[in-house]
Design a protein around this ligand. Sequence first.
Ligand SMILES: [Zn+2]
Ligand SMILES: [Zn+2]
Length: 273
Amino acid sequence: MTEQIPLPERLVNEGLRNEAGIVEVRSDLAYLTTGIVNVAFIGYPKSDWVLVDAGLQGYGAKIVEAAESRFGSFATPRCILLTHGHFDHVGSLEFLLGHWENVPVFAHPHEVPFLNGTTSYSPPDARAGGGIMTLLSPLFPRKPIDVSSRLAEVPLQGEVPDLKDWQWLHTPGHTPGHISLWREHDRVLLAGDAFITTRQESAYHAVVQTAELHGPPRYFTPDWASAHQSVRMLADLEPYLAVTGHGKSVSGPELSVNLHLLADNFVSIAVPC
Ligand SMILES: [Zn+2]
Ligand SMILES: [Zn+2]
């Protein structure tokens, strides 16, 4: 008999997209969707800022344009933080590093081999189920990029370079060095792909992005036990607002209710059969 999973609470999207394509979810936090992947801008308009992730390949100019619309002409980030090194999160990184000279890139030490040309990610699980994106996943790039000349490790104690209110949390499973970013005082979470708010396996959901919580993208998650622990840890933080790597931002008390639901039923909801 299949176990009955309680119905999720309806999730509320936060923020409206402006003409530059940016969704502002806090006065010092906004995100831009590059195709099917989000990048986040942390910082008040016209002040110092940090970019989180670098989106799909071919979106570098769009990211620069969006950044300049928010932070001013020639705006350059203090640094670029990577939640992880998958191709859809570092696709425009080399373009951006060419455009913004001397801007450093920070990642978790366990993610460094995938960013300095050393190690490829393990092959995707093309049997993970869920539709066309999974079937296409063997075609997705897995080879490491090499940005070693600009790459540094995030500080060990969890502090985030250039952002004193934020801390990084190690949330492995989707990748070995996956990190999420957390701001305690207003319970804001940038979760990368630790969990996402769209069914990434399906091309339809990846584009339409109806808000619902899901585990990490199935085809590219090799360590489900760690992925589960990471979702549990993030649920226990009881975030009020989450911006994830894929899908729309969500907020409200329903977020942590749904996140606990995902953590409690992780095997049946998230893990491929
Ligand atoms: Zn990923
Ligand atoms: Zn992703």
